[in-house]
Design a protein around this ligand. Structure first.
Ligand SMILES: *Cc1c(COP(=O)(O)O)cnc(C)c1O
Length: 382
């Protein structure tokens, strides 16, 4: 069945006890047993909970995966996956990875003796084999990257990684399974922040991992219960509700982002627009091949850092806030906000970069608000 249908029905049979059409919020920690060890498949909610199971089944289906495992946050999913790696082993990672993932890798795992190599997206696509060795356990990819919207060729990277015996993990948060299916492109594990497009309404924190590898899946289910970074049933229910409209939301996010990127491209006070949907973007062709559409995130370079900081304070409709992927449009300066943790990294984001999470309001209203904020910017130096 098609994506839209699976998003609404998979894992979500009407409740057998009551006929409820919507999966109930099973707000319970424990489950009665008829006799020792005899129960209906649930014994304790850290191990399993029916609302969480419905989410895991639905989202696995959307990613084309056999197995789905939900977590309390995107970073909860990431740290659990990092338990597939041992101290002394290496992770090769795209260098403009999400700031929180970089902070975890560099400040939590590196001091414990894990090794990390950071490569530009273009190198992960084209020369990955040159950077792998027998100690490389994971190749960690994000595409499009946050916040510079670089594109990694997942298929090419997976071929190189597999030849060297490494697992390929793709953070699919920016694209969502509606736009891109990394497992079909050769990845071994897909990871998500549910907080973003999948929840879609800026009202929860959650994470998710999916895989078709039975050994990896068994280990991740074991780690889910053993490390304990599990989501509560209400948050799972909110994500299930968000998934039902994922396809229609993503279509609108993409249309609006395209319109905003085109408007900014022609604006004299914008130095450069970073959007994979623009034909001059270096990753445009790969993105066109591996994605259904180009997503709802747009970044651009303002005239200066001060220009960027002043601009984001002037918009009215675009809310100045971290995070992304909700129905409402958000604007931020990554170097000062979401990516402050990469400030001392060799690949720190440009100080004048502005990141837009383009929502599903009227594109005309969004453009008018940006236009007004840009008009009042100080004049460019001659
Ligand atoms: C937000 C985000 C994360 C972390 O997810 P949380 O739910 O905030 O823990 C990881 N990767 C990307 C690309 C993100 O945008």
């Amino acid at each position: 069945m098609d994506f839209e249908t699976r998003a609404i029905h998979d894992g979500q049979e009407p409740d057998s006890a009551t006929g409820a059409v919507t999966v109930p919020i099973y707000q319970t920690s424990t489950y009665v047993q008829e006799e020792v060890g005899v129960h209906k498949g649930y014994d304790y909610s850290r191990v399993a909970n029916p609302t969480r199971t419905a989410l895991q089944v639905c989202l696995a289906s959307l990613e084309g995966a056999e197995h789905g495992i939900a977590f309390s946050s995107g970073l909860g999913a990431t740290t659990t996956i990092m338990h597939l790696v041992n101290p002394g082993e290496r992770v090769v990672c795209v260098n403009d990875v999400y700031g929180g993932v970089y902070r975890m890798f560099s400040q939590v795992y590196e001091p414990k003796g894990y090794e990390f190599t950071y490569l530009p997206a273009a190198d992960v696509s084209a020369n990955l084999a040159d950077h792998l060795d027998e100690r490389t356990r994971i190749v960690w990819i994000e595409t499009p990257t946050n916040p510079t919207l670089n594109i990694v060729d997942v298929h090419a990277a997976a071929e190189a990684a597999h030849a060297a015996g490494a697992l390929v993990v793709v953070d699919n948060t920016f694209a969502t399974p509606y736009l891109q299916q990394p497992l079909a492109l050769g990845a071994d594990v897909v990871v998500h922040s549910l907080t973003k497009y999948l929840g879609g309404h800026s009202d929860l924190i959650g994470g998710f991992a999916a895989t078709n590898d039975p050994t990896v899946a068994e280990r991740l289910f074991f780690l889910q219960k053993s490390l304990g970074a599990v989501p509560g049933p209400f948050d799972c229910w909110l994500v299930l509700r968000g998934l039902k409209t994922l396809a229609v939301r993503m279509r609108q996010h993409c249309d609006n982002a395209r319109a905003v990127a085109e408007f900014l491209s022609g604006h004299p006070r914008v130095e450069r627009v970073l959007y994979p949907g623009l034909p001059d973007h270096p990753g445009h062709d790969v993105a066109a091949r591996q994605m259904r559409d180009f997503g709802g995130m747009v970044s651009f370079l303002a005239e200066s850092e001060e220009g960027a900081v002043e601009l984001v304070a002037r918009t009215k409709l675009w809310l100045l806030a971290e995070s992304l992927g909700g129905v409402e449009s958000l604007i931020e300066v990554p170097a000062r906000m979401t990516h402050a943790s990469t400030a001392n990294a060799p690949f720190a984001v440009p100080r004048n970069l502005v990141r837009l999470s383009v929502g599903i309001e009227s594109a005309d209203d969004l453009i008018a608000d940006l236009e007004a904020a840009l008009v009042r910017a100080p004049a460019a130096r001659a």
